[in-house]
Design a protein around this ligand. Structure first.
Ligand SMILES: [Zn+2]
Length: 347
């Protein structure tokens, strides 16, 4: 018998193929995910069991079940056995599967799974964020509070979404954040907007403010936002999902926060952090439970340009651009965001 380690076994056997043979074929296939009916809870309506082809792991996305694991966990759960037996089982299988060219998973190492920034980055970012959160509600945070008030974002909302204000530009060496030494972590003055998923901070974005204490406008190709070095793309808002039937994808984080404040009881809210941002397939299964997904992007960008990966969800996607400008503009000019949302939900 071969002496392969569990890691080597996992690199050679495709979990999705095992499930296909051991259980039944997948119901849907997205870029990096195959969705199966879950054998671990009674359900024949939603294919809730997702297998990530990049990581070789599975997870049931239904709230009441939630099983997850890898190749070995699958065998242990399905056949009510232990890790040793599961290992022995796959070792025996290997001579057959290894010869199959489809199973040469040599690219596994290069295809890194989506994961949050490292531990040192988390520590630094959280410390910075805490400082900014405190500052926002002190004298030095006045510019930030003014901007939030202008946008109609209330204090309660700002606190719930852990918004903060950084009063002065700073830069730090990448090495202090666990990044390559040559990189610099710029921390511009402005509103800090964190994207948490559970305990992990995935990215930290800053709405940049100028010396005059006002948000800068877009000019000379320079963005109004800076996503700080080392951030990783994530689905903004996931931490506030409340299991509603429908989801609204707002164009920006601040739009999402405003909609949550105004209509969080009607639907769940998320943002990809910009109309041009694509959704990493890692997050797609989290969107599958939604009956409909409303894309409330600016009128001009509503063509789903740049959000092509969302095509995987096309049947439930509904494009619902706000009547004018973005949702914040609409709110500022006296538009009733809640009414707007209730209206398109009823169509
Ligand atoms: Zn399940």
């Amino acid at each position: 018998m071969n002496k392969l380690t569990p890691q080597e076994i996992k690199a050679r056997i495709h979990l999705e193929q095992v499930i296909k043979q051991d259980w039944q074929p997948p119901v849907k296939r997205y870029a990096d995910w195959w969705m199966f009916f879950c054998p671990f809870h009674p359900n024949t309506r939603t294919p809730a069991l997702g297998v990530n082809l990049k990581t070789g792991t599975f997870k049931c996305f239904s709230g009441e079940c939630g099983v997850q694991g890898d190749l070995f966990t699958w065998h242990m759960l399905r056949h009510n056995t232990d890790f040793k037996t599961a290992q022995a089982y796959y070792r025996e299988q290997l001579p057959n599967v290894a010869s199959h060219p489809m199973n040469a998973r040599s690219e596994l190492k290069q295809r890194r799974p989506a994961e949050p920034p490292g531990a040192l980055w988390q520590l630094q970012a959280l410390a910075f964020l805490q400082l900014c959160q405190t500052t926002l509600w002190e004298a030095g945070g006045e510019p930030g509070r003014k901007e939030l008030a202008r946008r109609g974002v209330q204090e309660y909302t700002a606190r719930r979404w852990s918004l903060g204000y950084n009063p002065r530009w700073r830069k730090e060496p990448g090495s202090a954040w666990g990044l390559p030494h040559a990189q610099t972590v710029w921390l511009p003055r402005g509103l800090t907007i964190p994207a948490f998923v559970g305990m992990d901070l995935w990215y930290l974005k800053i709405r940049i403010f100028g010396h005059n204490g006002k948000p800068v406008e877009k000019h000379a190709g320079k963005s109004k936002y800076l996503q700080i070095q080392g951030s990783r793309p994530a689905l903004f808002g996931m931490d506030h999902f409340a299991g509603r039937a429908n989801l609204l994808l707002a164009e920006s984080e601040l739009d999402a926060i405003l909609v949550w404040q105004e209509s969080g009881d009607l639907l769940d809210i998320a943002s990809l952090g910009g109309a041009g941002k694509q959704l990493d397939s890692h997050w797609i299964p989290y969107l599958l439970p939604y009956r409909r997904i409303f894309l409330a992007y600016d009128q001009d960008k509503a063509g789903l340009h740049g959000a092509r990966k969302l095509a995987a969800l096309s049947q439930r996607l509904v494009v619902s651009p706000p009547p004018e400008g973005d949702l914040t503009d609409f709110h500022q000019t006296g538009g009733d965001v809640r009414d707007f949302i209730a209206q398109f939900m009823s169509t």
